[in-house]
Design a protein around this ligand. Sequence first.
Ligand SMILES: O=P(O)(O)OC[C@H]1O[C@H](OP(=O)(O)OP(=O)(O)O)[C@H](O)[C@@H]1O
Ligand SMILES: Nc1ncnc2[nH]cnc12
Length: 179
Amino acid sequence: MTFEDDLQDSVRTIPDYPKPGVMFRDITTLLGDARAFRRAVDQLVHPWAGSKIDKVAGIEARGFILGGAVAHQVSAGFVPIRKKGKLPHQTVRMAYALEYGTDEMEMHVDAIARGERVILVDDLIATGGTAEGAVKLLRQIGADVVAACFIIDLPDLGGAAKLRAMDVPVRTLMAFEGH
Ligand SMILES: O=P(O)(O)OC[C@H]1O[C@H](OP(=O)(O)OP(=O)(O)O)[C@H](O)[C@@H]1O
Ligand SMILES: Nc1ncnc2[nH]cnc12
């Protein structure tokens, strides 16, 4: 069994959640497995071991869990990107595309200084609407988005390709075909 298969086996798939036809890729089983969690974090940051990263930005909610661990690993600060209305200080806001309609995400205006090197982290990239919004938000305040990292890619939905077209290097650890 290869390393990738091993890690992929720690992700649980729930058919028809949250609605019929969706194969939900559940990372709670990976997070609950100490070996798999450590491997995932180590593998996500491997290309940047030894390079200077100022901040890791994590996308609410699952990106917070991974982003905190990744930030610790690369000795960077952690910045939360939250759904609107949750952050107490002055924010910058960006609309992003959902399957039906749009929502808005926010970040504190002073969370990242102009030119700081930032890695974006989330658990999964599907259509890429969420990550695209996060990259735009980071760039709006002058961040240098060094890379975007996800444990899971759903390549049929095109999100990783969308980010690469924005000149963002994308790192993913496994892919699931289909939705
Ligand atoms: O590439 P996309 O099509 O934008 O989808 C990916 C996003 O969807 C999930 O989050 P969700 O919006 O379900 O929020 P949650 O983490 O709070 O459950 C996932 O954690 C990503 O953030
Ligand atoms: N199939 C899926 N599984 C888990 N989270 C998701 N977010 C968007 N699509 C998803």
